[in-house]
Ligand binder design. Sequence first.
Ligand code: PRX
Length: 678
Amino acid sequence: MPTEAKAGTSESQIGVHWREEPLTEPPGSFVSQANMSDPSVFERFSEKNFPKCFEEYADLLTWDSKWHTILDAGNPPFWKWFVGGKLNASYNCVDRHLTSHGSKAALIWVPEPEDEPTRIITYRQLYDRVNEFALLLSEFARLHAGDRVTFHLPMIPELPVSMLAAARLGIIHNQVFGGFSAKACAERMEDSKSTVLVTIDGYYRNGKLIDKKKEADVTVTEAERLGTKVEKVLVWRRFPGQYVSEAPMVKGRDYFVDEAMKPFSGKTIGPVSMDAEAPLFLMYTSGSTGMPKGVQHRTGGYLAYVAGTSKYVQDIHPEDVYWCFADIGWITGHSYIVYGPLALAATSVMYEGVPLYPDAGRPWRIAERLGVNIFHTAPTTIRMLRKAGPDEPSKYTFRFKAMTTVGEPIEPEAWRWFYETVGKKQAVITDTWWQTETGGFMCSTIPALSPMKAGSAGPGMPGIYPIIYDEDGVEVPAGQNRAGNICIRNPWPGIMQTIWGDPDRFVRTYYSKYNRNKESKDWHDWPYFAGDGAVLAADGYFRILGRIDDVIKVAGHRLGTKELENAVLATPEVAEAAAIAMADELRGHVPVIYVALKPGTSSSKELEERIKENVVKELGPVARPRLVHIVPDLPKTRSGKIMRRLLASISDRTDYGDVTTLANPDIVETIRRQVQAE
Ligand code: PRX
């Protein structure tokens, strides 16, 4: 496909055509206290100092033994970082802070019901809980370094406790986003060959107490059907001593964590000194084809990268109260609620619920009451809060010094509200572009050093050298207003190690497109292909346009069109399905399904509902389609490929262009009339 067409595709995918926005300088009050206000950082992290520059991040950690090689690039693209070094992630996020910060809040947990008290967990208390749970994992669940453990947990403080306990022993944790279905959890258990599931009885979401343990029972049955026997289900309790689920506890399989942990009360277990390259966790994420990939992150490089970027971009100082309003079930939460902030001894706020519960003032009340001064969230949350309560932030006295957006492009309109009304023109904004695979930020401004530009992520981070290539691998230079595929030219410490159990897919997905020579041992020949379209402005700021593959972002959540289509095909009447992302004012995009039925079946509202329910059952509530269009046929190329892009144009009411080369061009107009009349 010619580059121009590709560029058009990416831009239409996000349905926004922005003009260049003016630059906004950071407030002086921010600059004077910033962790990084020395412009020599760019020189220090320039290519001539690569990879040595990243020692600056590694030096933020406490190592049991020092590395002998910073980067081993001998087996591309399987990079190794800080080789020979040993450390423990849990020690770095907990133990080492005890002397100076033992009685300081590590986590502040805000339950969704507003009348329920906030829980403060000091570093000392975190240390106690992490040790007890680590003992449970080791002595009761019999897990060892290198084993996998699966968590299907919502936003409760027991989630970071569980993660840090696993990390303490080198057990690889695999947290499945709470909004994913039991079935999705089972598939991830099967893929990672994980036999212990950690869950909770229930939690609050949007005013309702959700029964989570019920789901665990389905996960166990499904995992068994797929070939993995779940030996133990460890159940945290939302309220001490109560059980809020309707599902019975299965004898010999299900255990309440608080009861099983009793023998370990007050006991400790030493952190296991892990190789820098030992895997720390898996995080499954959607790709263009098939089953989600188990993105595998390493211990040393990952922790160094998230600590360094939390310090320079989030500007976290130990005395800050930092709130990342995201879910720990996503990479944002792993890197920037748990590992990065805790490695820096920050106070990290966690909120159980949804932004608008019980009203649009809730986040601002939390910020005011807790004295939050760094606020980090996704554009979808910003849009939602702006729509529901544009003036709410002005009613509260909180004052942010820094704010971050992540996960989707932010429209300049929403950015300006964030800057003026939420930040009260006193806070810097960093728009951070990155991915599950990259571990930490790839493009962002360093807030005291570069001005902000609404709608643009900014330049590459120090030590990250992004580039835009066209389809043929020719660089698209800055300032041409031409979109292409954003890639990173070099390895960095936060990059994933591989796809769990599938190294070939890792190479194919991220490196084969622009690799210059398969035999080459030189990292310069192995640019990382991110899968996003982007434009590079003359000033070196990248504007990210959205995915160029079959991945869609729904309210910041990443979903594969193939996964959605497979879920739709579970409905017996459906012959063919196409999932597309339709532009939505609040959520960025929502999933919409087009289906053609098998002969002899007819469309009905009941069938549309059943299709939606099947998607929820297979993937979880995050994936619920907004609309299902039952159409006579799907538009296809002569080689039989379904034209999803064209369907997206119909849903977005944009021009779908020339269709004469399709196998069935007439169907397009039929579909357009039907859909746009509905
Ligand atoms: O399309 C890009 C979009 O989110 C994708 C990565 O999603 P995920 O792995 O779930 O990680 C989200 C949190 C890092 C990217 O391929 N994306 C992420 N950040 C931005 C963004 N799009 C535009 N601007 C951003 N700041």
